[in-house]
Design a protein around this ligand. Structure first.
Ligand code: NAD
Length: 474
């Protein structure tokens, strides 16, 4: 078993650390955020990820929490870099955290003056194409200067999805490794229990019925990095394509849910990531598609398909808000409920969440906003302090006396709501279902706008409009 250091205790770092400790390794988790490390040491998770708390508790005897590079890297056989690469204003990823982490690792190597033993550096953060090779070169330059051996660098992009991060890590579709051969072997050996699916699954994360062993893709740094960007850009394209079709469906009287179901049954296409709605959010699709565009531009190469995916995603948020304005053109003084703050269900991640834009625009239009999310309320209190909104303790309370509601995240809790009863709590029943989760037809008279399945507003029958605006209790 190996000594492993994981640098960065975010969604990826914590998932990676839990996985490696579960496979039997001793794992030191290092973060520059001392508050976060103190929280984790005390057994409190700074983020929401299903199953993570239980898995970390199960392997706690193999975990060390630290803010010290000296401590964390002293005996490391592998150093996994999982720091954030958030987008800069320009759309390029900010590589400062990665550079700081690398500098700190090198400073430690200098401190320790290690002559022979060198940890393998595994780059899990999503980075611009060329970064892994550049990092490898930096370590080689350092070794040449100090007459020591270089730390080999392996690019190992991460494909986990927030909300199912642990399942994705334990039962991956593929493991991509880029870099020099000998180092690839070492990292591949580390993942052998996953590759053979030979480990005993944690009780709360059983192996899926038809789980196949992952395919290992061994390649160069550049290809490994490009695979990550290409995969995210393609997923982004699928969502934006569904949203583009949704707009046309509304205009020609088609139902996008039936259209995407029908087209997705073609195995060459597949049904996943074809959900029309408010578009994607989160820390990856937007950031990675913009980074890919930038890489193209740096090479003098335009990528119009990727650009269009981004543009459609931006437009889609406005499409949702315009649906509300169509029915409530005067939002001043109106009470609007927003259900779902996280960018997707089963996470508390608020990065680039559509709900943020809806809440901002509502505020700008003079509406008073009542928000509810099953897990992200606490995070919103700290990260969205610039927005003005009231917190509701649950979805029904958010609807109480509201003039309209926007469903921004497709939490199961909202799917399961008895909408016919819930709508009766509202003052006027304007329901903007930006995730197409409300079962139709509704028995309670209401204006229901979904994405790509509602006819254009002119065709909403007058009688429905009238009854939808009746006072609550009528
Ligand atoms: P995150 O923001 O949740 O966590 C990053 C952590 O790194 C933070 O805790 C931060 O304090 C820490 N950090 C920053 N600089 C540091 C330094 N110099 N030394 C030590 N720690 C440092 O980010 P995340 O969502 O876990 O993403 C990490 C990387 O993985 C990104 O490149 C992201 O694009 C990629 N990725 C993310 C996901 C996802 O779903 N979140 C999926 C695949 C890939």
């Amino acid at each position: 078993m190996s000594n492993i250091t994981v640098v960065g205790a975010g969604y990826v770092g914590l998932g990676t650390a839990a996985l490696l400790a579960y496979l039997g390794h001793t794992v030191s988790i290092l973060d520059v955020d001392a508050h976060k490390i103190a929280q984790l040491e005390a057994g409190n998770l700074p983020l929401y990820e299903p199953g993570l708390r239980e898995l970390l508790a199960q392997v706690s005897h193999r975990l060390r929490w630290t803010t010290s590079y000296t401590e964390a890297t002293a005996h490391a056989d592998f150093i996994f870099i999982c720091v954030g690469t958030p987008p800069l204003q320009s759309g390029q990823p900010d590589l400062a955290p990665l550079e700081q982490a690398t500098d700190s690792i090198m400073a430690h190597l200098e401190d320790q003056s290690l002559e022979t033993r060198r940890p393998t550096v595994v780059l899990k953060s999503t980075v611009p194409i060329g970064t892994g090779a550049r990092l490898g070169q930096l370590f080689e330059n350092y070794a040449a200067r100090t007459c020591t051996r270089a730390c080999p660098v392996v690019s190992n992009p991460e494909f986990l999805r927030e909300g199912s991060a642990l399942s994705d890590s334990l039962y991956p579709d593929r493991i991509v490794l880029g870099g020099p051969g000998e180092a690839l072997e070492r990292v591949q050996a580390l993942y052998q229990p996953l590759i053979a699916q030979s480990f005993v699954p944690p009780p709360h994360l059983p192996r899926p019925k038809h789980c196949l062993p992952p395919t290992v893709v061994r390649t160069t740094h550049a290809s490994a990095e490009m695979i990550k960007y290409a995969a995210n850009a393609f997923l982004a394209l699928k969502i934006s394509f569904a949203n583009e079709l949704a707009g046309l469906s509304e205009r020609v009287g088609a139902d996008i849910e039936e259209v995407t179901h029908g087209m997705g049954l073609d195995r060459r296409i597949g049904t996943q990531f074809l959900s029309a709605g408010a578009g994607w959010g989160g820390s990856c699709l937007g950031k990675d598609t913009r980074a890919l565009l930038h890489t193209g531009l740096d090479c003098g190469y335009e990528m119009p398909i990727v650009r269009a995916a981004l543009q459609i995603n931006l437009r889609q948020r406005r499409v949702v808000f315009e649906k509300l304005l169509r029915h409530l053109p005067q939002l001043e003084g109106k009470r609007v409920a927003v259900l779902g703050l996280a960018f997707k269900p089963d996470t508390d991640d608020l990065r680039d969440a559509p709900a943020h834009d809806f809440m901002l625009w509502l505020e700008q239009h003079g509406a008073s906003v009542v928000a509810y999310d099953p897990v992200a309320m606490g995070r919103a209190r700290t990260e969205w302090g610039h927005l003005r909104y009231l917190e509701a303790p649950d979805a029904l309370a958010a609807l109480e006396g509201a003039d309209a509601v926007i469903i921004a995240t497709e939490w199961d809790e909202f799917r399961a709501l008895d909408w016919n009863n819930a709508l009766r709590r509202m003052r006027t029943r304007v329901l903007i279902d930006a995730r197409n989760i409300v079962p139709t037809p509704l028995e309670t008279p209401a204006i229901l706008e979904q994405i790509g399945r509602t006819a254009l507003p002119q065709s909403v029958p007058e009688s429905v409009l009238e009854s939808a605006f009746l006072e609550r209790g009528s």
